[in-house]
Structures are given as structure tokens and as C-alpha cells.
Design a protein around this ligand. Structure first.
Ligand SMILES: C[S@@+](CC[C@H](N)C(=O)[O-])C[C@H]1O[C@@H](n2cnc3c(N)ncnc32)[C@H](O)[C@@H]1O
Length: 336
């Protein structure tokens, strides 16, 4: 159902041009750019959208219908009434989000506003839409949008779990892993306790440290040096070999989560991943594919389709806020 003449998408800092280019390649003349601010772009819809239209851009963090601007809660309520949508959640978030996330102080006014909006916008658990209220700089009206609730929609406002990198984390990959787990809904306490993980490209150890902190047993593969807090952890096993020489016989029959963060081209990564994935039959995949040049970026839909051949479930890909020139791919097996 068409809710507006315009659609919107948010993206990580610095990915605006890549997002615009990707949407132009995917949609041709169907969507033409209308409004562009740092980390937020809108497009005018030039014809009827296909019934199954979905925003599939890798660079879009949150995307949906653009519903207009508001300066206060009453104006937001008017927009919701006029659009005639049933809202199941209100997601308020700042437009400008750094790659390291937001501080607790930055979230405080956002939370206060969320509470105000819940008073004036009726929320129904059966509603099909998440209302997005995007806060710009001081004095700027709020941007209002909405997106359908779906298996791929991020559980957190703005696609951003409330995390800041702890000083003791061995690398920023801690945040990438934590943001990926939250996207998969695996950040709930206890879900990963006692489960196993295998990470290709584990040094210096931020992502493995996140998994260890969550109670997992981790095998890390990397020729690089691993930080002492990971290396000496009783639940960490370091295989200091390149992925090409990984002895499959040494690995357990099954691991629950297969992660890969090697700084290699995706076609090389795929060569190592496929036999490994078939061998250890993971329930969850968390992969980063590097986009170090335009060729790789253009071929990304192909690389993602290749992962779909051996993944445990549907593969979703997105550039998360903590990703730099890379995208995160996740997949999980259906619940049994
Ligand atoms: C982005 S870093 C990984 C960061 C790491 N995930 C963390 O949590 O700190 C990329 C890593 O891939 C590793 N790497 C590159 N080629 C590899 C290969 N063929 N086999 C195993 N590791 C490789 C590098 O040594 C490097 O440590």
C-alpha cells in the first residue's frame, strides 16, 4: 500500500553518496532523489511501486515511507492520523550517529521525547508499522517516516543498539559483533551462554572478546597476534594459521556461530567459507565482507547470493553504523 509520494533511508556517516548510487542503480527512474542531509536521503516515487517493493539497499540502515516534518508531538499525532496507519512501536533517534554510537547523555532527551510521543500516538501490538521520528540539529523540524514491521526490521530505534566500546575491548570489532548480535536478536542475556563459535580473522580479538563475554567457547583463526585478555581466556582456542591451511579434522562436528572478519576480497572469503560452513553446520552466521574497491561493491549482490547457497537460513546484509568500508551479513536457521 502506498502511504506517501516519498520514501526515505538513513545510512552510516559518510555513506550518503554510496546509498544514492545504489538506489539509482536498483530503481532506475522509479525513485528520484528529493532531499539529502547527512545520513538521511528521501526520494520521490515516480510511478506505482510494485506490490512486493522493498528497499534492499545495503547502505540503508532504516528505510520506509517519508511522511513529512513535525515540530511537536501534536503534529506527529496529526501525521499518524492522516496516514491512517496502525503503529506498533515509536522509534525516535538522532539523524547524526557516529560510527562509535551515541553516549548515554545523547539518548536521555530522545527517551523523554519517546515517552511524550507514546502519550499522543496510539500504539497497538497488532500494528503493522514502526513510526520513525528522526531528530536533526537544534531548530530543525523532526523528520517523520514509517516502515513496516518485518523479519528484517531492526529491533532498535535507528538500527542502533545502545552500546559504547569498553576501553578494555581489544578492537572496534567488538562493536561490530555486538551490533550484529543485536540485529539477530542474540543480545538477550543467556542466549549464547555455553554455545560455541568459530571466527576466521580473529586478531586482535574484539569480536571474539564479545562472544567470550557472552559465555561462548570460541575458536579464533588468525596468523596475527591476539590480545592477552582473549588469548589467555580459558574458553578461547587460537589457531595461528591462515584460513587456507585450517585443518577441518581438528574442528568440532558442529559450531553454533560462524563468524568471519578477514580483510580479504569476498570471492576469496567465499572459497574458505563454503566448505567450512558445510563442515561445522552453524546455526548463525555473522560475516563482514570488505568493499575495498568499486568492483567489489558492484558485485556485492552476487557475493551475497553465493552465501545464500550454504547459509543456515535467509541471508540479510546491511552496512551497520559500526561498519566502515564493509557490510555485515547475518543468517540464522529457523527455530526448531
Ligand atoms: C579486520 S581484522 C579482524 C578483526 C577481528 N575480528 C577483531 O575482532 O579484532 C582482519 C584480520 O583478518 C586476518 N586475516 C587476513 N587474511 C587471513 C587469512 N587468510 N586467514 C586468517 N586470517 C586472515 C588478519 O590477520 C587480520 O587480523
Amino acid at each position: 500500500m502506498r502511504l506517501s509520494e516519498f520514501v526515505f533511508a538513513t545510512c552510516r556517516a559518510g555513506s550518503e553518496k554510496a546509498l544514492k548510487k545504489e538506489v539509482s542503480l536498483q530503481s532506475g527512474k522509479l525513485l528520484t532523489p528529493a532531499f539529502m542531509r547527512p545520513q538521511l536521503i528521501t526520494w520521490k516515487v515516480q510511478a506505482e511501486l510494485p506490490e512486493d517493493f522493498a528497499f534492499t539497499s545495503l547502505h540503508a540502515v532504516v528505510s520506509g515511507w517519508s511522511l513529512g516534518m513535525a515540530r511537536n508531538a501534536a503534529e506527529v499525532a496529526q501525521i499518524v492520523t492522516k496516514t491512517n496507519i496502525e503503529v506498533c512501536a515509536v522509534h525516535v533517534f538522532p539523524r547524526l550517529i557516529s560510527e562509535d554510537g551515541l553516549t548515554a547523555e545523547a539518548w536521555a532527551p530522545v527517551d523523554a521525547l519517546t515517552e511524550d510521543l507514546k502519550q499522543v500516538c496510539p500504539i497497538s501490538p497488532e500494528g503493522g508499522y514502526i513510526l520513525d521520528v528522526i531528530l536533526g540539529e537544534v531548530g530543525e523540524p523532526w523528520f517523520i517516516g514509517c516502515h513496516p514491521k518485518s523479519p528484517t526490521s531492526h529491533p532498535h530505534a535507528g538500527g542502533l543498539p545502545r552500546l559504547t566500546i569498553p576501553a578494555e575491548a581489544p578492537s572496534r570489532a567488538w562493536l561490530k559483533m555486538e551490533q550484529s548480535l543485536s540485529w539477530l536478536g542474540l543480545d538477550r542475556t543467556e542466549v549464547l551462554v555455553g554455545k560455541s563459535a568459530l571466527e576466521l580473522g580473529s586478531a586482535p580479538g574484539g569480536a571474539s572478546w564479545s562472544l567470550l563475554q557472552r559465555g561462548m567457547k570460541v575458536i579464533g583463526v588468525d596468523t596475527g597476534a591476539v590480545d592477552a585478555c582473549v588469548q589467555n581466556h580459558p574458553n578461547y582456542d587460537h589457531i595461528s594459521l591462515p584460513a587456507s591451511q585450517l585443518p577441518l579434522d581438528y574442528l568440532p562436528e558442529k559450531v553454533d556461530l560462524l563468524a568471519c572478519d578477514m580483510n580479504l576480497a569476498p570471492d576469496v572469503v567465499l572459497k574458505y567459507l563454503e566448505p567450512l560452513c558445510l563442515r561445522v553446520k552453524p546455526r548463525w552466521l555473522v560475516l563482514t565482507f570488505k568493499m575495498n574497491d568499486g568492483r567489489v561493491e558492484a558485485l556485492m549482490p552476487y557475493f551475497i547470493s553465493q552465501v545464500q547457497r550454504f547459509a543456515p537460513g535467509p541471508v540479510y546484509a546491511k552496512q551497520l553504523h559500526a561498519n566502515r568500508r564493509e557490510v555485515t551479513l547475518v543468517s540464522q536457521a529457523a527455530e526448531v
